[in-house]
Design a protein around this ligand. Structure first.
Ligand SMILES: C[S@@+](CC[C@H](N)C(=O)[O-])C[C@H]1O[C@@H](n2cnc3c(N)ncnc32)[C@H](O)[C@@H]1O
Length: 225
């Protein structure tokens, strides 16, 4: 009985750290996320087809290890990151000193249902492994709609429900989405559903080695006026 109790406690703690990394344990978890999620960054950036001069927002960048990947996709990009974890913002600023100094990258502390940005600021908004934590997804999608330029696109990548259900910590506060649910949420928030692209990931470390996980990138567009 005690063993089960401590196991559950462990998964709850991990779930809390994944939602909002805090303290030294949060820095450690963020490092592990880099290994587990690099493939999803490459997949999502392929979906985004970034072009020169674009203005891009990443919501929930974790420790910010992959901003250089974004800049390698096209010239003259302006990239903004938003994360509500103070320790992640500080860590990501340390990892990206040069990009910030050059004035091409700005990292801001804040939450995606109340963003400190002007309306119609971004050509593309993306988030990876973040939508699980939206208690009311509509509040976040409404804000994303507001900060996108007309014709701008959202790319939201998450692991599929069947893959997440295999991970013991997802019982504690994770929401998953089917393609039909994404379609409905887009419709309710005035976003045009473009597609859900799906990918099978190579094995990655989690609680053990995770094999056969499927992830999905929702692509949706703010209609042009
Ligand atoms: C599971 S981690 C994912 C990090 C990285 N994107 C990855 O895939 O490795 C979730 C990150 O999003 C941030 N986050 C979660 N919900 C957020 C919200 N509503 N607004 C801003 N940041 C959020 C957390 O602080 C954390 O850094």
């Amino acid at each position: 009985m005690f063993r089960k109790f401590f196991e559950q406690l462990r998964w709850k703690k991990l779930a809390r750290q994944l939602r909002k990394p805090a303290g030294a344990a949060g820095i450690d978890v963020a490092g592990k996320m880099n290994t587990a999620n690099e493939f999803l960054y490459d997949f999502t950036l392929d979906e985004m087809m970034i072009r020169e001069n674009e203005s891009i927002l990443e919501i929930g960048f974790g420790n910010g290890k992959f901003f250089s990947k974004q800049f390698s996709r096209a010239e003259n990009l302006r990239i903004t990151g938003l994360d509500f974890s103070g320790v992640m913002v500080r860590t990501a600023r340390k990892h990206n000193k040069a990009l910030i100094k050059e004035g091409n990258l700005s990292l801001v502390k804040g939450q995606s249902d109340k963003m400190p940005f002007l309306s119609a600021s971004f050509d593309k908004v993306f988030c990876i492994n973040v939508a699980y934590f939206w208690e009311d997804p509509q509040e976040h999608l409404l804000e994303i709609y507001r900060v996108l330029r007309p014709g701008g696109r959202l790319y939201a990548t998450i692991r599929s429900r069947e893959s997440m259900n295999q991970l013991p910590f997802t019982r504690y506060g994770f929401r998953t989405y089917t393609e039909e649910e994404w379609k409905l949420l887009c419709h309710l928030n005035n976003l045009l559903f473009i597609r859900c692209s799906s990918v099978y990931e190579p094995a990655f470390p989690g609680p053990g080695v995770i094999t056969g996980a499927r992830s999905v990138c929702l692509v949706a567009e703010k209609r042009s006026l």
